[in-house]
Design a protein around this ligand. Structure first.
Ligand code: FAE
Length: 536
């Protein structure tokens, strides 16, 4: 740790093909000993990527294909080793130490049932789902190699073209829809449920009830693409393969079936031989290095979250891909504390919750939604144009008949929050206020009030507290904080710091009009192509 002086660094030279160091141990399994200790203190790397979610994975693959050695630094675990039960991930119905990031009690998004709290004590561990609490909102995020792809529903929605210009007006929509959205969808392995199977299987009875109610109230009902392997799900239903989506797995990881980034972009990156990963390594600082490039400080963590080593490496280029919250928090702190003092005043601004709000409806006894429910949503109600809401028909896979229809709505919530540095407390804060969800509730009601009125049904009041209708305390879709063409240039470069880039959901100004993963991936594909062509 004390051998990080400039002289020492320059003698080492940049690590060429650091793939040999860890060999993407998270994916391939070998070199576990290397994986345990990760990138050596004092290393020099050509490109260092902070975070292994969608933005980071796209950057790693495309840089490596262009001949650049890439080291990915990920604060979460590798998620490549089965636990004592033979499984890598635990089920949503039986959360254990693997479920949450450094919590001693679960914090389930849907935290009540029949009016009773369902959270339970768990051992503190570097689990896969972070429920990060700010003053007015809980932000759910994936932790581990693969980022949000480890825990998300995999709903892979390309926004309607007419909505895209409002989201990112500085981006050429023709190019996005002709080149980068198709490239992202192909790279992610996006597919849609077989409509004939959907109509026949008991596992989507809940979604068929959702369709019937939507259509009877006059709403357009659409199938929602997903990265889950639909053929695998059919085989789960037939009983020929181990179940995952049909066994309640989703929120704390899917052991089978889901095409997470570990199986798509990161696997292809590994195959180049130019990419390595340090899991359980958290970047704490990035600052210009005296001899060029950037000095990156990194904490190595153990599975209790304790720091077991502190390292400094030098990178010629650094890509911030720590997610909307992670990248915003890092850059706001580094600007305020002087490590990257010259960053734009726009850094930290323009954060939104993608208008997320949840609710349930109580159906009549002649409208059961089914005991068997696939965890992977595949359908939605599109009322964006007239009501500002796009609602997914979500499962409630409790294993018992609930007579409930459950929905996650994405709404055109206009509020934007800001991350700021609280020097006294030594932390970054977010000024989102709980009351700012009211526009989302009003927009979601344009759908569900009408359905309730048509069906003669009411809202469930037992899912988010004792007599509470709306799940308005959280988001799964944090977006913004380092907005494209404001805090960065139009391709994610940080002005004043050549070689520093942002390439994740923090670039999108608070709302994507649909679930964001495809847009994050497509935008990363667009930006990295330009960066490789002009900067390398
Ligand atoms: P992300 O995937 O969050 O990756 C960032 C990575 O950086 C993480 O692995 C972090 O652990 C790591 N990191 C953070 N800080 C540091 C640091 N200082 N040092 C090292 N590593 C760090 O970012 N979206 C959809 O489109 N469809 C869905 O169905 C869907 N369902 C969701 C369900 C849940 C429960 C959750 C939590 C999210 C869901 N999302 C969904 C959102 C989606 O997963 C999210 O927008 C993307 O994962 C964001 O991608 P990024 O590349 O921005």
């Amino acid at each position: 740790m004390d051998d990080t002086g400039p002289g020492r660094l320059s003698r080492r030279g940049f690590l060429a093909g650091t793939g040999s160091l860890l060999g993407l141990a998270a994916l391939a399994g070998p070199a576990r000993a290397g994986a345990a200790t990760g990138i050596p203190d004092g290393a020099r790397v050509e490109a260092l990527v902070i975070g292994t979610g969608y933005g980071g994975s796209v950057a790693a693959l495309r840089l490596a294909e262009a001949g650049v050695s890439v080291h990915l630094v990920e604060m979460g675990m590798a998620w490549d080793t089965p636990g004592p039960d033979g499984k890598i991930f635990c089920s949503t119905l039986a959360p254990d130490h693997r479920s949450y990031w450094l919590r001693t009690r679960t914090k389930a998004p849907l935290n009540y049932f029949l009016g009773f709290p369902i959270d339970r004590d768990i051992p503190r561990h570097t689990g896969v789902l972070d429920a990060e609490e700010f003053g007015g909102i809980t932000v759910y995020q994936g932790r581990g190699v693969g980022g949000g792809s480890l825990v998300n529903g995999g709903m892979a929605v390309t926004p309607r073209r007419e909505n895209f210009a409002a989201v990112l007006p500085s981006v050429n929509a023709d190019e996005m829809y002709a080149v980068y959205y198709p490239r992202a969808n192909a790279g992610l392995g996006v597919g849609t449920v077989d409509p004939a199977w959907f109509d026949a299987t008991p596992w989507y009875q809940y979604a068929r009830v959702g369709r019937k109610h939507a259509q009877r109230a006059g709403f357009p009902f659409v199938f929602v693409p997903d990265v889950y392997d639909w053929d695998y799900m059919k085989r789960e239903a037939a009983g020929t393969v181990p179940k995952s989506a049909l066994a309640g797995e989703i929120l704390y990881g899917n052991n089978h079936g889901k095409k997470s980034l570990q199986r798509t972009y990161l696997a292809r990156a590994a195959a180049t031989g130019r990419v390595s990963i340090s899991a359980l390594h958290r970047v704490t600082s990035v600052t210009p290095a005296a001899a060029g490039g950037y000095e990156v400080s990194i904490d190595r963590l153990d599975t209790s979250g304790a720091v077991v080593a502190v390292k400094t490496v030098v990178a010629r280029r650094v890509f911030f891909a720590a997610g909307s919250v992670g990248t915003s928090k890092l850059l706001v702190r580094l600007k305020a504390t002087g490590a990257l003092r010259g960053l734009s005043d726009e850094v930290g601004r323009g954060w939104g919750d993608n208008g997320n709000v949840m609710c349930g409806r109580a159906n009549h006894l002649w409208d059961p939604t089914g005991r068997q429910q696939s965890t992977i949503p595949c359908a939605g109600i599109d009322n964006w144009a007239s009501g500002g809401a796009f609602a997914e028909v979500a499962p409630l896979p409790t294993g018992i008949e609930t007579y409930a229809s459950f929905y996650l709505s994405i709404t055109a919530n206009p509020h934007r929050a800001r991350f700021t540095w609280n020097a006294a407390a030594g932390r970054v804060e977010l000024d989102w206020q709980t009351a700012w969800k009211q526009p989302s509730i009003d927009m979601a009601k344009t759908i569900f009030d009408r359905i309730n009125s048509r069906e003669g049904t009411i809202y469930r009041t037992d899912l988010f507290g004792a007599y509470k209708i709306w799940g308005d305390h959280l988001t799964y879709h944090p977006l913004g904080g380092v907005v494209l063409n404001r805090a960065t240039d139009n391709h994610g470069r940080l002005p004043g710091y050549p070689g520093l880039y942002v390439i994740d959901g923090s670039l999108i100004p608070g709302n994507a009009t649909v679930n964001p993963l495809v847009t994050i991936t497509a935008l990363a594909e667009r930006n990295i192509e330009r960066i490789i062509a002009t900067d390398l």
